[in-house]
Structure formats: structure tokens, C-alpha cells
Design a binder for this molecule. Structure first.
Ligand code: SF4
Ligand code: SF4
Length: 200
């Protein structure tokens, strides 16, 4: 006959007199620990709209939509595609723009339910020559602040600094590139053309 060992008897008695390890969810609400990797949440005040989170997401669960008319960039997490890997949080360049919450309970009847999505909207800056997307305004300000005085050498950052003190009216697109275009919000490609046009 097989006789239980002392260790097994001790474990059985300990388990019998200890509270259960499992939770009673959903009969009783349960709060997951802070390190739990649940639904990602954006923090608008810290997100600068750089799009790094969308680039690193292995499940392509984050989409970027740029509205040129409204000058708004929208980043959206589709929680149905999210695999809770935490790459977006880890690689966020401000380290605070997106965090995985401890929300684990999400009951929906369709994958299109609004609860499934998490979005943030950021004001965007477009090139005053070609109309192409340059960056989100907060991204330019973030880079400007990190560069310090060196930022004054780049017109895009200089203009963002000036906007903090007074409004600047956007110029209208002209038929050809001129030297005056240097002091405008211009994308790298058009800035190259402005410099080349000025040189030759
Ligand atoms: S946790 Fe992973 S899968 Fe989910 S949105 Fe972030 S990077 Fe994508
Ligand atoms: S700041 Fe962070 S959360 Fe915002 S777009 Fe960039 S990587 Fe994503």
C-alpha cells in the first residue's frame, strides 16, 4: 500500500486551512495587480502623437489616421487585436503616453463596440508648401524643448516657440518655391527644395 509522505500531508493540511488561491470573479469583483497587462490606455497630456507605439505593435493593433482638413492625428488601439505584449508602453518615447491598465474584464457583443477601442487625438502640423504631414504639434514642441537653444537653428521649432507667445497666420501656397519659404512650417523634402532653389 502507498503511504503518503510527510511533505504531502503537510501540504494538504496547509491548503485545507488556507484561503483559496483562485478568485471568485465574476461572483465577486476582483482588482488585478498594478503590473497586470490589460487594456492599453492613452494619456493625452503625455502623448505627443509620434506614432512609435503603432510602429512597434507586433499585432498591428494600433492604427494612425491623419485628417488633413481638421489637422488632427488619431491613434486608435483595437483591443480585439491587442496581445497585451506591452511593447507600446515600453517603447513610448515619452514613457508616459500609453500604459497598459489593469482592466481585464471586457464583455462586448460585437468587435465594433466602442469599449473595444482606445483613442487619442493630437493636433497636427502640415507643410505650408506641399501640404504633406510634418508631425504633431506636441511632437515638435517636445523635440524643441529637448534641443534647448539649438532648436533656434531650425525654422519649424522656432515657429513653434513663437506660437507660444503670439499667433502666426499660415501662409497660402504659392506657384513656385521662394527664399521666403524658408521661414515657414515646411516638410524636410520641401525645405531641401527651398535651400537648393536659393543656392542655384
Ligand atoms: S500591448 Fe502589444 S499588441 Fe497591444 S497595442 Fe500594445 S504593442 Fe500592440
Ligand atoms: S508619445 Fe507614446 S503613446 Fe503617444 S504616439 Fe508616441 S509612442 Fe504612442
Amino acid at each position: 500500500m502507498y503511504l503518503p509522505k510527510i511533505r504531502e500531508i503537510k501540504e494538504a493540511l496547509t491548503s485545507f486551512f488556507s484561503p483559496p488561491y483562485t478568485t471568485q470573479f465574476p461572483a465577486r469583483p476582483y482588482t488585478a495587480p498594478p503590473e497586470y497587462r490589460g487594456k492599453p490606455k492613452y494619456f493625452k497630456e503625455y502623448c505627443i502623437g509620434c506614432g512609435t507605439c503603432a510602429q512597434v505593435c507586433p499585432a498591428t493593433a494600433i492604427t494612425i489616421t491623419d485628417d488633413k482638413q481638421k489637422k488632427i492625428r488619431t491613434l486608435t488601439v483595437d483591443y480585439c487585436s491587442c496581445i497585451n505584449c506591452g511593447q507600446c508602453e515600453e517603447k513610448c518615447i515619452t514613457q508616459k503616453g500609453i500604459k497598459l491598465s489593469n482592466q481585464y474584464s471586457l464583455f462586448v457583443t460585437t468587435t465594433k463596440s466602442p469599449e473595444v477601442f482606445e483613442s487619442v487625438e493630437k493636433e497636427s502640423v502640415y507643410c505650408e508648401i506641399c501640404g504633406g504631414f510634418i508631425a504633431c504639434r506636441d511632437h515638435l514642441i517636445w523635440v524643441k524643448d529637448r534641443l534647448g537653444a539649438k532648436a533656434f537653428s531650425h525654422p519649424n521649432f522656432l515657429l513653434e516657440l513663437q506660437k507660444e507667445f503670439s499667433g502666426i497666420e499660415e501662409s497660402t501656397i504659392k506657384s513656385r518655391i521662394r527664399r521666403e519659404d524658408y521661414l515657414k512650417q515646411v516638410c524636410p523634402k520641401c525645405r531641401h527644395l527651398v535651400v537648393v532653389a536659393d543656392e542655384f
